[in-house]
Every structure is written in C-alpha cells, then in structure tokens.
Write a protein that binds this ligand. Structure first.
Ligand code: ADP
Length: 159
C-alpha cells in the first residue's frame, strides 16, 4: 500500500489544493490530506471546520482521506505508515521554504521522500490568504475554491 501525505493549513481549501489532491491521488493507493494544528498561525476556520470543508470538497475522490495532526510531520508520516510527503509548488517564492523543510525532513527521516508537484498554471497565483482577503471585502471568489464551500467562506465574514 503506497500512502502519500499532503500536509497544509487548508484555511480554507482552494482549487489550487484541489488540483494537487486530484493529481496526487492518481499516483498513490491512498492520499491522506493532513490539516496541520499550528500554534503559530491564527486560522480563520477552526480545525473541525477546515476538516469538514475538505471532506465535502473531496467527496468525489475515492482514495482520499482527511485527517489532522500536530507535532512533527515526519512522526505523523511514520505513524500512518506512509512513504511520501506531497507538496505543491506555486512559484519561485515557495521554493526556498519548501527546500529547507524537505531537507530538514530528509535529515530526520531519510526513508521518507518529499515529492513536489508544480501548481497548475491557472492556480499558481492562488493562496488561502488571497481568498480570505477577497472574501473579507466582498470580492468574487468564484472559481477559486470548490463551489460546495463558497457559501461557508462568504458567510464567515458576515458574522
Ligand atoms: P496556503 O499557502 O494557501 O495557506 P497551505 O499552507 O494550506 O497553503 O499549503 C499546503 C500545501 O499546498 C503547500 O505544499 C502549498 O505549497 C500547496 N499549495 C497551496 N496553494 C497552492 C496552489 N494554488 N497550487 C498548488 N499548490 C498549492
């Protein structure tokens, strides 16, 4: 069983994330999308909300599971008996941080590979923070996030 882990904040999941999820799920037996419980970032959506949004968004992907984790990613990957960490690369700006993380993880766990997928050109400008910024000021977020979660994101700023 070839299990891949796709970690991130997913605050909220975007179509850029979805593109990586759909492509990665085709080259593994099981893909676990793992929402990071971060103590540094103050997320807009709670952990439960982010997991729920993801679950609805990936409903059509048969071999994709949604989970959450805290602590070291390599420990979580080992616990899930996975072999590969999947990361999306949008632009050169992502590269330096991702390289540092991948090398650090390689040092800690040489058996775990980090695999990078180039972002789809249509989503290479897209981040969760941009979506939140747009939604906050009433901008149009259609086509940027899965349709089934649009209302949730818009309503979050109405409260
Ligand atoms: P964000 O930077 O949008 O807050 P996350 O922390 O949730 O994203 O990112 C999780 C993973 O998804 C990272 O590997 C990140 O590079 C990747 N990713 C984020 N947005 C995109 C996108 N638009 N296209 C491809 N990969 C992406």
């Amino acid at each position: 069983m070839n299990t891949f882990i796709y970690p991130g904040s997913f605050d909220p999941v975007t179509n850029g994330h979805m593109d990586i999820i759909e492509r990665a799920s085709k080259i593994c037996d099981k893909l676990i999308v793992a929402v990071l419980i971060s103590h540094n970032k103050q997320p807009l959506f709670t952990m439960d909300e982010r997991v729920d949004l993801l679950k609805r968004a990936v409903g059509h992907c048969k071999n994709v599971e949604i989970d959450c984790f805290s602590g070291l990613l390599v420990d979580y990957v080992a616990e899930k008996e996975a072999s590969v960490i999947i990361k999306g690369l949008r632009a050169v700006s992502d590269f330096e941080y991702e390289l540092q993380m991948a090398l650090l993880n390689q040092k800690m766990a040489p058996d775990i590979e980090t695999l990078f997928m180039m972002s789809n050109i249509n989503y290479s400008f897209l981040s969760s923070s941009m979506v939140k910024e747009l939604a906050r000021y009433g901008g149009n977020i259609k086509g940027l996030i899965p349709e089934c979660i649009e209302e949730d994101v818009i309503n979050k700023f109405k409260k």
